[in-house]
Design a binder for this molecule. Structure first.
Ligand SMILES: Nc1ncnc2c1ncn2[C@@H]1O[C@H](COP(=O)(O)OP(=O)(O)O)[C@@H](O)[C@H]1O
Ligand SMILES: [Mg+2]
Length: 378
């Protein structure tokens, strides 16, 4: 064995968002697949209250299944807290707690922020790591923030000529305080113009949490209130009829253009009406059909729009771009996820595996891309 030390990777997961459990499940898959001969892994959890802690990193304890919701709190090493800090020659993670923690553990080469949703996928942890001078994988501050916010994501897509569906943004100010306010009536009128059904969702949400399908005006107010539990800004979108097709993207190797996987099509468990949280992570019969059973030219369009979406927000590292494929053969962009789910039922790892890149090599590629960068804002 050579004397060169292994690349030290901090896998950071959990976090303050509603997708805490999904992030734990993503970490479970990655911790189980990462090549331990090449990487020394430091598993760091962010508890729901925002504390950073060292964790056991045991993949078996991070699985998400009906009746069990994994959490950082359940796998934390007692008493060991972690703080990112700037230092001479680069940032470090400072561990404090029992003497058993070796101080060099903090000299990580790269952080893999496997966090979904707010305070993780939205540019905030990226900004914190930039400030501390710690290298990290995936999208930077701007792309993370833009990809997380479904309003600005659509604006950036539309500016680049990507096809997006009709929608209405409901801001705090538009909602007003009284159910009978003029502001609120204006919202109802605007949304009604989209036609029914509509999907109502938190602007910066994920995993379908807080999202509802509304079939008639009667359910609109409750759906907006539900979405507002997660975000003061809410989107109502015209429901698009069609299959959900997803495509995984990686930043090009050696500065080349982004590369798209073979697209997959979501097959929703027949017991679910749409692709809600239950259908995504818990329903046994939800699956992805790869390649998506769509004509070749439509699949090519999906792949090229996925790369265009990646570039439109200035994304780096990895992303999953999601589409609707309508009965008329149109391809409409739904959203981009700058830190796509990596759970066993998630499309990103499965589509890359089907495209010839099994998970350990996919992880290598994501880490290598991050290590090849000079550091600092791109
Ligand atoms: N405009 C829409 N038309 C049809 N279905 C939608 C629409 N918006 C959302 N959905 C459904 O809700 C799911 C979650 O919405 P999405 O915008 O992807 O948010 P999230 O970030 O939570 O994944 C989608 O996968 C789809 O099943
Ligand atoms: Mg989605």
């Amino acid at each position: 064995m050579g004397s060169a030390r292994k690349v030290r990777v901090a896998v950071v997961f959990g976090g303050r968002s509603a997708e805490h459990a999904v992030s734990c499940a993503s970490a479970g898959l990655v911790l189980g697949a990462i090549d331990r001969d090449r990487y020394e892994v430091v598993p760091i959890g962010i508890a729901r209250d925002g504390r950073w802690v060292l964790t056991s990193g045991d993949p078996a304890r991070l699985a998400l299944s009906p009746g069990t919701s994994p959490s950082v709190e359940a796998v934390a090493e007692p008493g060991v807290s972690v703080t990112p800090a700037a230092g001479p020659g680069g940032g470090t993670l400072v561990f404090s707690g029992p003497a058993a923690v070796p101080p060099e553990l903090g000299q990580v080469d790269v952080v893999l922020p496997l966090l979904h949703g707010a305070y993780g996928e939205d540019g905030t942890i990226q900004g914190l790591l930039e400030m501390a001078g710690i290298r990290y994988a995936g999208a930077g501050v701007l792309a993370s923030a833009a990809g997380m916010d479904k309003e600005y994501m659509k604006l950036m897509f539309a500016t680049r000529g990507l096809p997006v569906g009709p929608y209405v943004v409901v801001r705090d100010r538009d909602w007003g305080t009284s159910p009978s306010s003029l502001e609120r009536k204006r919202v109802f009128d605007e949304v009604a113009e989209l036609g029914w059904p509509v999907f109502v969702k938190p602007a910066r949400g994920g995993s379908s949490i807080g999202t509802s399908r509304v079939d008639s005006p009667d359910g609109l107010e409750a759906a907006i209130e539900e979405a507002r539990r997660y975000d003061r800004k809410v989107l109502a979108e015209a429901a698009i009829t069609g299959a959900e097709v997803e495509c995984a993207v990686l930043e090009g190797a050696d500065g080349g253009p982004p590369e798209a996987s073979v697209p997959g099509m979501i097959v929703v468990d027949p017991h679910s009406a749409w692709y809600d949280f239950e259908a995504k992570y818990l329903a046994p019969e939800s699956k992805m059909e790869i390649p998506a059973p769509i004509p070749l030219d439509a699949a090519e369009r999906v792949r090229s729009l996925a790369c265009a979406g990646f570039d439109a927000i200035g994304c780096e590292g990895l992303a999953r771009v999601d589409f609707f494929y309508t009965p008329a053969g149109e391809v409409i962009v739904n959203e981009i996820n700058t830190m796509p789910g990596m759970t066993p039922s998630s499309g990103f790892p499965v589509m890359w595996a089907a495209s010839g890149l099994p998970l350990p090599r996919l992880i290598d590629r994501i880490i290598a891309t991050a290590l090849a960068k000079p550091g600092g804002p791109s």
